[in-house]
Design a protein around this ligand. Structure first.
Ligand SMILES: *[C@@H]1O[C@H](CO)[C@@H](O)[C@H](O)[C@H]1NC(C)=O
Ligand SMILES: *[C@@H]1O[C@H](CO)[C@@H](O)[C@H](O)[C@H]1NC(C)=O
Ligand SMILES: *[C@@H]1O[C@H](CO)[C@@H](O)[C@H](O)[C@H]1NC(C)=O
Length: 295
């Protein structure tokens, strides 16, 4: 009896967690938490390739229709708050989780890392996220021209008008290189998380708590302009013919988010896929991403 208990206690201490860490997903624009063709197939792949991870695919709203519509029209800051509450309330995440964001879900999960350090995020994987924003709206997901044209009209009306800023998600990461000053003042989301409005020390402290930042850029991206934004690159001020890569940006040189620190410690992984936006194969995902989710 005594030895049985000793062995049992040994195992409880020596093998604290069976299975891979939990994984949180955030879908992209026009998509939802629970589309079997998109995130559904990712969840299937994760369960196949890893040891029974708990997977939470964030749903922003009380059903799938709301979730999809909120990806266009719910202020990104409110979406981050909403996600933080879900993560906080989920007992399965208390020991930490890996995060995978698809397209705009990439910058949203970075905002989660910067604003809500509990429960702890382990690795942050951004697949086609627009970390320096976009300047252009060439195509809509699912190519729904009704929504697409409505969004274009609003952006044309004035991306930095407060009405548009507060109601259109894509305006909240609209980055006009010809209007940098206006962008910094007016952008309610991107300029804030990129430390361009005021410097928030917590954002840096919190982002530095994650282990690795994995940034995937799509080399033949026809949805994101410029696609270098997926690696934190962006146009030079007033000059869309030139791209300033992350390592030459002031965000990096002033280490405003700890990205320089992380990079010097080899904690930023710059990955590429030679395909269009989010058009990676299962094999590409297995070869490039799965290793960051194992422990
Ligand atoms: C926590 O994870 C377990 C195992 O995957 C699952 O059965 C349970 O439903 C999860 N709890 C919540 C609140 O989702
Ligand atoms: C496009 O979106 C609008 C607004 O949500 C919807 O009414 C319409 O049915 C959609 N069109 C298609 C082709 O899916
Ligand atoms: C960019 O253009 C704006 C408006 O013409 C001007 O105010 C600003 O100084 C320019 N910035 C640079 C770095 O040239």
């Amino acid at each position: 009896m005594f030895s049985f208990l000793t062995i049992l206690l040994y195992f409880i201490h020596a093998v604290p967690i069976a299975g891979s860490p939990p994984i949180v997903l955030w879908h992209g624009m026009g998509d939802s938490c629970c589309n079997p063709l998109s995130l559904g197939s990712i969840i299937k792949l994760l369960k196949q390739q890893l040891s029974d991870p708990y997977v939470l695919s964030l749903r922003i709203g009380s059903n799938i229709v709301e979730d999809t519509s909120n990806g266009f029209f719910m202020n990104a800051n409110h979406q981050i708050d909403y996600a933080c509450k879900l993560l906080n309330a989920d007992k399965n995440l208390t020991q930490g989780y890996h995060a995978i964001g698809f397209s705009q879900g990439g910058q949203f999960l970075r905002a989660v890392a910067q604003r809500c350090p509990e429960p702890p995020m382990l690795n942050l994987i951004s697949i086609g996220g627009q970390h320096q924003g976009v300047f252009g709206f060439p195509r809509c997901p699912g190519d729904n021209e009704t929504i697409c044209n409505y969004i274009r009209d609003l952006l044309r009306f004035g991306a930095y008008e407060s009405f548009v800023q507060n109601h259109l998600v894509q305006a909240e990461y609209w980055h006009d290189p010809h209007k940098e000053t206006t962008y910094r003042k007016a952008s309610v989301f991107l300029a804030d998380i990129n430390q361009e409005r005021t410097f928030n020390e917590q954002y840096k402290t919190n982002l530095l708590k994650i282990r690795n930042l994995i940034l995937v850029k799509f080399l033949r991206d026809t949805m994101v302009t410029p696609h270098e934004s997926e690696h934190f690159g962006f146009y030079e001020e007033n000059d869309t013919s030139k791209i300033i890569p992350l390592r030459e940006s002031s965000l990096y040189s002033k280490d405003l988010l700890g990205l320089k620190t992380m990079d010097e410690q080899s904690r930023i992984k710059f990955l590429e896929s030679d395909t269009d936006h989010l058009q990676f194969t299962d094999q590409w995902f297995i070869d490039n991403i799965i290793s960051y989710l194992k422990d």
